[in-house]
Design a protein around this ligand. Structure first.
Ligand code: GLP
Length: 642
């Protein structure tokens, strides 16, 4: 295992981590590594025993792994002929042909593309009669035994710490069984099932004992939404409340994670508690902020003893005394704050986050889906407009997949009613609208939308984006809706970026030639719309680097689109919002009425999106206040992309 470059490997963090964890820069590299491991096992088993038994998982996490295995099959002749597979779980009740069944998932992502034999595939059947479930589960266990047990089990992890569908409370001796799903799990699946009511209430899952019987286990996790649960699984006590902690007792279990999912492990989050780190400026800032929070004192009041007592003696030796360190970090933080996100014209900008000139600036704000702009930077957006900059918002995807049928129906009926009230006789438009309403009425959950319904849903989101941008003062002529092809032709979890997407971004950027760009640059699940949109932006922007002179002087600011704000050591620009500005931002978010279903929240169960960003922006302000900086109502934070 390779330690991070600024960490000196030592026994302390290894002792804290009770399962070996291998950290990769990103999910692609990590998935390739696991695919290599599977192909090694396959080749080895071919020589030794002739067959290999794999335990497989579903969800976003293993998609990259399956893609790589399919590639290896096509390009390198990796054969699955002698592989037997057992999937972890399946929803119940569900038909195997349902688009969200794990049967469908496995076919779409792996089985249809490799040479595995049909009779070697095993997935719990979610379509059986409930009264047969007990016997079917016992049979599943028996089949695993008959196959010689699982050689290598692949796992993802749910936000409740579940593996398979072993929700909190599952015991370590549990076997394959019918379970009822946790509320958080059902809500996490709501997007895939186009609404929580469509998510099955039960599932059939291998038990923890079934999983722990596997000879080798690899648990994979990507993105910062998994960081908290990964650290609990690895560093926390073994407990039924986090099923994944039972892996600590397995001799050959390990985690393969990306840097974002590893972020809450002590060796990354608080490396001074587990060894003697190299004190880089960001780490110093992070440690001083942590110390100030931990002892409950503003930065300028921290004293030498407090540094020493909290594992930061080395920092004092290198950069002390406390007084000097405090001042340095305080100034650093102070300089991130600005009410002039586009730069303050004619002001000294040596220690400001953004340059004073040119003024006004041409600014581009990328919004992966309509709503991201106001959600994550509505206050800054309004400031940029009010301060006279030429602000363009580019909505990368139509967002049509996220409009519930009920909302589409409401709008279809509204258009129909209006057209009937202004045009007496039947008209083509009315016929069209009546057909649209029928389409939605007759649609069963999971039927694909007709092209007309999909267009209507895109129009709904456009009109909401328009209304929200109006609240922020952006001229409608400055809004662009790209409807990127990857989104229009794809499905959640099935998006594939192509050059066409990047080319569209490049062409609009080169037409505007911005001085400043804002984009979502969080560390989310690599299959999320936001992560793919960032890749599209990166691809488009990079393709202009050599041919366009404006690119070099353009500054890119990243807002974080996940539930967490940037850490204090990552923030390069903090834009304060007054109570009134925060209220206007919330008003803008309200305009996205089709998105007012509740979304998962780390801290407080489930809340609407505006409630989450409101508390996130207030928390950032409280953090700055607690450090002894000015007390603001709310703060939006950005990191510079270099
Ligand atoms: C579901 C599956 C798990 C999976 C988890 C996380 O609950 N039953 O096997 O690990 O989701 O899903 P994702 O990989 O999409 O984050």
């Amino acid at each position: 295992m390779k330690p991070s470059p600024n960490i000196i490997q030592g026994p302390e963090w290894e002792q804290r981590e009770k399962i070996p964890v291998r950290v990769f820069p990103d999910a692609v590299q990590a998935s390739k590594r696991v695919a290599d491991q599977i192909s090694d096992a396959l080749r080895k088993s071919a020589l030794e025993r002739g067959s290999l038994v794999l335990g497989l998982a579903t969800g976003s996490t293993p998609i990259g792994l399956y893609r790589e295995l399919v590639r290896m099959h096509r390009e390198e002749g990796l054969s699955f002929e002698h592989v037997t597979t057992f999937n972890l779980d399946e929803y119940f009740p569900i038909s195997p042909t349902h688009p969200e069944s794990y049967h469908t998932f496995m076919r779409e992502h792996l089985f249809d593309h490799v040479d595995i034999r049909e009779e070697n595939i095993h997935i719990p059947d979610g379509s059986i009669d409930r009264s047969d479930a007990f016997a079917a589960c016992a049979k599943y266990e028996q089949k695993i035994k008959d196959a010689g047990g699982i050689d290598l089990q692949i796992l993802g992890i749910g936000r409740t710490g579940h593996v398979g569908f072993n929700e909190p409370g599952s015991t370590s001796d549990s076997l394959t069984r019918l379970v009822s799903l946790d509320r958080i799990t059902r809500r996490d699946a709501a997007r895939d099932f186009l609404g929580e009511p469509n998510v099955p209430r039960y599932a059939i899952t291998m038990g923890l004992a079934t999983i722990l019987e596997a000879k080798d286990i690899v648990l994979m996790a990507w993105g910062d939404a998994k960081a908290v649960i990964v650290s609990r699984a690895v560093e926390g006590p073994v407990s039924e409340t986090v099923a994944a902690t039972f892996l600590q007792r397995h001799p050959n279990a390990r985690l393969v994670v990306d840097r974002a999912a590893a972020a809450d492990l002590t060796r990354f989050k608080h490396p001074w508690l587990t060894g003697s780190p190299e004190w880089t400026p960001p780490l110093t800032r992070s440690a001083v902020v942590w110390l100030s929070n931990t002892v409950g004192k503003p930065v300028l009041k921290l004293v030498d003893e407090e540094y020493g007592e909290h594992g930061m003696g080395g920092l004092l030796t290198e950069n002390g005394p406390a007084y000097n360190l405090n001042i340095r970090v305080f100034n650093d933080l102070q300089h991130t704050i600005t009410g002039w996100p586009g730069g303050k014209p004619e002001a000294d900008d040596t220690s400001r986050p953004e340059r004073a000139s040119p003024y006004p600036k041409r600014v581009v704000i990328f919004s992966a889906e309509p709503q991201d702009d106001v959600l994550y930077m509505g206050g800054t957006l309004r400031r940029l407009v009010n301060q006279g900059h030429d602000v363009h918002v580019i909505y990368q995807t139509s967002g049509s997949l996220a409009v519930p049928d009920d909302d589409a129906l409401k709008y279809a009926e509204c258009f129909l009613g209006f057209s009937r009230s202004v045009v007496a006789a039947s008209s083509d438009l009315q016929d069209h609208l009546a057909r649209l309403t029928d389409d939605i009425f007759s649609k069963k959950p999971f039927d694909a939308d007709s092209p007309a319904v999909r267009r209507l849903k895109a129009v709904v989101r456009r009109s909401e984006a328009l209304a929200a941008a109006r609240v922020c003062g952006v001229d409608a002529a400055h809004l662009s809706f790209l409807d990127l092809p990857f989104y229009e032709t794809g499905r959640y979890r099935n998006f594939k970026l192509t050059d066409r997407d990047c080319d569209e971004i490049a062409s609009i950027l080169d037409a505007i030639r911005p001085h400043q760009i804002y984009a979502a640059g969080g560390l989310s699940d690599p299959n999320s719309v936001q992560a793919i949109c960032f890749e599209a932006f990166r691809g488009g922007f990079r393709s202009l680097e050599n041919s366009c002179d404006w690119v070099e002087s353009c500054r890119v600011w990243l807002y974080r689109e996940t539930q967490r704000e940037w850490n204090p050591d990552e923030i390069d620009m903090a834009v304060p919002l007054s109570p009134d500005e925060l209220a206007v931002k919330i008003k803008a978010i309200y305009q996205h009425q089709s998105q007012r279903h509740q979304v998962p929240s780390e801290a407080a169960g489930y809340r609407e999106a505006w409630q989450q960003v409101e508390s996130r922006n207030r928390q950032t302000a409280n953090l700055y206040d607690g450090l002894g900086l000015a007390e603001y109502e709310a703060i939006e934070a950005f990191k510079r992309w270099k």
